[in-house]
Design a protein around this ligand. Structure first.
Ligand SMILES: [Ca+2]
Length: 237
């Protein structure tokens, strides 16, 4: 019985994703309960917003549109918040508390609040207690988008090394995973037919076979018969 010992090697994935990659959101504006809020979003780390000398005080950053927000960096001046909340809103009225910070240290301080995973247009810092008698003082507030899914690994099922009859077919599923190990859509999968026991098949191995992923579950149907017969070696087992 002629059988083909074949190994399918996945050699490339072509996807179409936006390359947002956690970039900083620009064009921010801000309002506050007191003081010149714009100085906290002017991209200048030597100018600062300072509130009135009382509790509580707040500052709201307007992103200009809704974004998938992942990280906020607050560059506090020495007159900083001992206790505060970070909140998010899509309409500027209804806020959700993302983080509550308490007993934070004095002096110039950089607070990085990450893994927020929230859709928001407005980010609010609500100071409830100061570390000094001065107002709340922030050099700069930075807001970052959530990283777009990026293909980082794949799971191929079943095991891609198979012994098959020539002319028979096999089906496998290629599932891409992003940096959070969540499934990611694949638009095209390229596979290579490798015949390790047959040196004469080098030409076929080099050429490879490209097959589109046509099904929503990412499965690809591979038919051995589609490989020209003269480019493969069959042997008896
Ligand atoms: Ca500034």
């Amino acid at each position: 019985m002629n059988r083909l010992k074949m190994c399918l090697l996945l050699i490339a994935i072509i996807g179409q994703w936006q390359l947002l990659c956690g970039q900083k959101i620009t064009g921010l504006t801000a309002t506050a309960s007191s003081g010149n809020a714009s100085l906290a979003v002017d991209n200048n780390t030597s100018t600062r917003w300072e509130s009135a000398f009382s509790d509580p005080q707040w500052i709201v950053v307007d992103l200009g549109a809704e974004y998938p927000v992942n990280k906020v960096i607050i560059r506090w001046e020495a007159a900083n918040a001992k206790n505060y909340t970070l909140e998010a809103s899509t309409n500027g009225t209804d806020y959700t508390v993302l983080a509550t910070k308490t007993n934070m240290g004095g002096g110039n301080r950089i607070d990085t609040l990450s893994n927020l995973l929230v859709t928001a247009r407005y980010i609010k810092i609500n100071g409830t207690e100061r570390n000094l008698t001065y107002g709340y003082s922030i050099w700069e507030i930075e807001v970052y988008q959530q990283s777009a899914p990026v293909l980082t690994s794949m799971v191929i099922l079943p095991n891609i090394t198979q012994t098959m009859k020539v002319g028979s077919t096999m089906q496998f599923t290629a599932q891409g995973l992003d940096q959070n190990n969540d499934p990611i859509a694949l638009t095209d999968v390229q596979v290579r037919l490798n015949l390790p026991l047959a040196v004469k098949t080098a030409r076929a191995v080099t050429a490879g076979v490209s097959l589109p992923v046509a099904q929503a579950d990412g499965s690809v149907r591979v038919t051995v018969a589609r490989v020209p017969v003269h480019e493969i070696i069959c042997f008896d087992l």
